[in-house]
Design a binder for this molecule. Structure first.
Ligand code: SAM
Length: 275
């Protein structure tokens, strides 16, 4: 049993400090990096050659642009409602030289199937659905994701944090990360992380949302994260661009998540460029 969820004070992320703190946290050496590596690793097995992937609530597109770096055959559409996030996303796409393969669309979660008229091979949504102010919003978002993916029977990949059992844990989890990773988190990001945990859905609530949206997905949860997906996790080999090497970040979150999916994933990949 968890405590009653406390929705985020702002649904979309527009505050300058919070947008820049979140963008930096997704950088190659940032605290979100292992999660993104894990996502790239698994999604790369799910998305077919030359596939089109849509990222709902893409934020600064740290994840999406990284996926495109790993998979030079893919094209992508990122959606978000926040101007500031989309401005950072466009800059990152240009810095990472993937601008010709990515498009950004300003759209609400619940309207993505209207805003995007194309058939897509995968719909992903990472760490965004806890921004829904209430359960109806969650169901609308999941329904739109379902409608978009069903046009072509595309894969679905939903990743989010889990609201812990107590409020105290919401404060402790970011602090514990600082100790374990021996890094000081910027205050704005630490506060955002804590607010996100308070606003998170429990696995049961999320699954209830999936049922209301008529979506049948497989689910796992580990390490205060939850994953819900459809599609084969072993459709193909992991495909990586030539300049990708493997190495350890000293953070085993990606490995723990991977083992919850039955993957042997001892190390996370690094991209050898500075971005
Ligand atoms: C915590 S960020 C996650 C960004 C990205 N998916 C990632 O994992 O790096 C959540 C994003 O969802 C966006 N968002 C929140 N509510 C939204 C809505 N109703 N429609 C579209 N985007 C929304 C916010 O603006 C923010 O950029």
């Amino acid at each position: 049993m968890s405590f009653e969820r406390e929705p985020e004070s702002e649904m979309i992320m527009q505050d300058a400090d919070s947008v820049s703190g979140f963008t930096d946290a997704g950088d190659l050496r940032g605290p979100l990096s292992p999660i993104y590596h894990f996502g790239c690793h698994v999604l790369s097995r799910m998305i077919p050659e030359n596939g089109l992937v849509v990222d709902i609530g893409c934020g600064p597109a740290q994840f999406l642009t990284r996926l495109l770096q790993y998979r030079p055959d893919l094209t992508a559409i990122g959606t978000d409602l926040s101007d500031r996030m989309l401005a950072n996303a466009r800059k990152l796409a240009s810095d990472r030289d993937v601008v010709s393969r990515i498009q950004f669309v300003q759209a609400d979660f619940s309207q993505v199937d209207v805003a995007i008229r194309r058939d897509v091979d995968a719909v992903i949504c990472m760490s965004a659905l806890h921004h829904c102010p209430d359960f109806d919003c969650l169901v609308s978002a999941l329904s739109a994701i379902g409608r978009l993916s069903q046009r072509k029977s595309g894969a679905i990949w939903l990743f989010d944090l889990v609201r812990p059992d107590s409020r105290e844990l919401c404060e402790l989890i970011p602090r514990t990360h600082e100790v374990a990773a021996r890094e000081r988190l910027p205050e704005s990001f630490k506060q955002d992380w804590q607010n996100s945990l308070l606003a998170g859905w429990t696995v049961n609530e999320f699954q209830e949302g999936l049922r209301h949206a008529d979506l049948t997905l497989r689910s796992v949860s580990a390490n205060y994260s939850q994953l819900h997906w459809s599609g084969s996790l072993s459709a193909g080999d992991l495909k990586l661009v030539n300049n990708t090497v493997f190495g350890s970040t000293g953070d085993d979150r990606a490995a723990r998540l991977a083992s919850s999916l039955g993957f042997d994933f001892p190390e996370v990949p690094k991209i050898s460029s500075s971005k």
